[in-house]
Design a protein around this ligand. Structure first.
Ligand SMILES: NC(=O)c1ccc[n+]([C@@H]2O[C@H](COP(=O)([O-])OP(=O)(O)OC[C@H]3O[C@@H](n4cnc5c(N)ncnc54)[C@H](OP(=O)(O)O)[C@@H]3O)[C@@H](O)[C@H]2O)c1
Length: 428
């Protein structure tokens, strides 16, 4: 009879306890599918006395997670603690050096140290799996690494931070300003201890960097991700964008261009009728484009105990069945250093300006745009109560550099009041 696959779980919070629950709920199903039993042998967390809603009495307890990673009765270490350094990194390194495979949900750790850890895994003949680290329960790593392995990937896009999508869709549906919805999200416990990880786009940027590495065969390059959060998005922009047929999303986009690898995590407008535009609340969506497949859209829960533990267990089951793939889909030595593209691919932009209500004001704005080589697709002026009027412009495709020229040119017209807003429109 094949020996059981023995798991050591470091971290028994939302995700770790969720994994224990799955193993305890479905032991026969797991064994039937893997052809061997999947058993937890040891666990670790900080507080041994905390009630985690699952029975841990059958498992050995380690106060020190690194000691768990060295145990002889553990084949696979599940790192479910978090943090991009410190104990999480130590646990992965210890596990790999002691001949254990690793499953982790830790995007921050892999975004910062993924390449070095992949090399270390290979040097030890071990593998690291991380389906749960990107878009929670959505099997996007598997889709890219396995199902789409025959494609040249042209673009990866995604809404991969449910909290930001919740905030943006709630602002629109309730007509509330950013600060009020941010507070609501905090009260509901949706925000990370450091909210900048969510609303600053950092957490989603980590995920995008991991997808890029697999999609484009490059070393993980989180520093190359252009990051912009959602803190400056106003309810006015959400309403005006809706008026023009768009939704505002914190959208990650990665594509290989002639000028290098472009990785952006920033607020973008997408057509309201597109799958991304229709995404509501905390749900995640990843769009993958390849030369043979065209486009596929994956949608599902990006966080929470069940979905994240589901992804962790998918990785565990692959290991139990003997599936062994390189960490980023190809040997670490063959991953190229990513050359970051200095400028994003040209795109249409949404501009919102406040114009003095004077004859010729619009003509002056159009002239500045023309001089920057930017042509106007659509324009709309709104009723106003004071001396300025909001004007919305949707441009045809233009570069960011041309747009910057125009934005600085507006100042000299004497008719544009305050800071204009410019948001990229992603063609999806
Ligand atoms: N929650 C989600 O929906 C979700 C989704 C995708 C990915 N992830 C990722 O999954 C990982 C875990 O997230 P989580 O939400 O489950 O976090 P969590 O609820 O805060 O749980 C963290 C666990 O790690 C334990 N821990 C922390 N420091 C430790 C140490 N030095 N030694 C031993 N144990 C330690 C904690 O112990 P105590 O319980 O004793 O304090 C706790 O059990 C993170 O990398 C996160 O980014 C989470």
């Amino acid at each position: 009879m094949t020996s059981p696959l023995r798991l050591g779980i470091a971290g028994l919070g939302t995700v770790g306890a969720g994994v224990v629950r799955i193993v305890q709920t479905h032991p026969e199903l797991l064994e039937a599918r893997a052809g061997r039993a999947v058993a937890i042998t040891a666990v670790s967390a900080r507080d041994r006395n905390r009630d985690r809603g699952v029975d841990l009495s059958a498992y050995a307890w380690e106060d020190d997670a690194a000691a768990l990673a060295r145990r002889d009765d553990v084949d696979v270490v599940l790192e479910l603690m978090g943090g991009h350094d410190g104990i999480a990194k130590q646990v992965l390194e210890t596990a790999l050096d002691h001949g254990k495979d690793v499953v982790t949900a830790n995007k921050a750790l892999l975004a910062h140290h993924g390449h070095a850890l992949a090399e270390r895994a290979e040097a030890n003949g071990r593998i690291i799996r991380f389906e749960a680290a990107v878009a929670g329960g959505i099997p996007v790593i598997k889709a890219l690494t396995e199902s789409l392995a025959g494609n040249e990937i042209s673009r990866v896009m995604g809404v991969m931070n449910g909290t930001c999508n919740y905030i943006l869709t709630r602002m629109e549906s309730a007509g509330l300003p950013y600060d009020a919805v941010f507070q609501e999200a905090a009260d509901l416990g949706y925000l990370e201890a450091d909210p900048q990880l969510d609303v600053g786009g950092i957490d989603a940027g980590h995920k995008l960097a991991l997808l890029s590495a697999i999609a484009f065969g490059t070393r993980v390059d989180f520093d190359g991700v252009e990051l912009e959060g959602i803190g400056a998005i106003t309810i006015d922009d959400i309403r005006h964008a809706a008026d023009m047929g768009f939704k505002i999303k914190l959208l990650g986009v990665a594509q290989m261009t002639g000028r290098g690898l472009e990785q952006r995590m920033s607020p973008c407008l997408v057509p309201a009728s597109s799958p991304l535009g229709q995404l509501e609340g905390g749900t995640n969506m990843v769009v993958l484009e390849g030369d043979a497949i065209g486009q596929i859209v994956l949608r599902g829960p990006g966080a929470g105990a069940g979905p994240t533990a589901s992804a962790v267990m998918g990785d565990v089951m692959d290991l139990a069945r003997g599936l062994r793939l390189p960490v980023f889909g190809q040997p670490a030595a063959s991953l190229r250093a990513a050359r970051a593209a200095q400028a994003a691919v040209a795109a249409p932009y949404y501009l919102r300006l406040r114009l003095l209500d004077k004859p010729g004001a619009l003509a002056k704005v159009a002239k500045v745009l023309g001089e920057a080589g930017i042509s106007i697709d659509r324009m709309r002026q709104y009723d106003h109560e004071d001396v300025t009027a909001p004007v919305l412009i949707v441009t045809h495709k233009t570069t960011r550099a041309a747009l910057e020229d125009a934005l600085s040119g507006f100042e000299a017209t004497g008719v544009v009041q305050g800071q204009p807003v410019a948001i990229r429109i992603e063609q999806v």
